[in-house]
Design a protein. Sequence first.
Length: 159
Amino acid sequence: MKFLKTHYGRAINVISNDTVNIPNPAGLGMTGTTDDEGGSQLRDSSANFTTNLLGAIVVNTTTNDVANVIGFVNSGILTLDSNIFTSGEGYAIYNSDNNQGCALYIPAGTPARLSVLTVGGDVIEFKACGDANASTILPVNVLRVIKTGTEIDNLIALW
């Protein structure tokens, strides 16, 4: 018999994005501050980046943007799939290997569209997700909240 998990041990605010998965907070590898602008690059001369970070998820903790690491230049520069940084902004890098999907906490509010990518690779749009009077938990193993088609803010990923 299946059961609904009602107790969670980890959580992170969701940043919806069309190409970047929700990072599992258990995979936090390093944090820092950028020291130079570099287009679609993360630049931190005090970091010790390695090729092991290819595929990792980078969060700009100043602006709440996300990107995937797609290239290694040197120990202070990583190439990203989008331009999310300027000089002096904070970042967090998460390993992408340990994400088995999360449930979503949906705050109370007018029911709205929510588009997600499941761990099974399915893209599904929930047309009237949420409740006007109470917060809810979406019991689906979600990898990504897709920005295009999502009208709900302030989601929280739960593991």
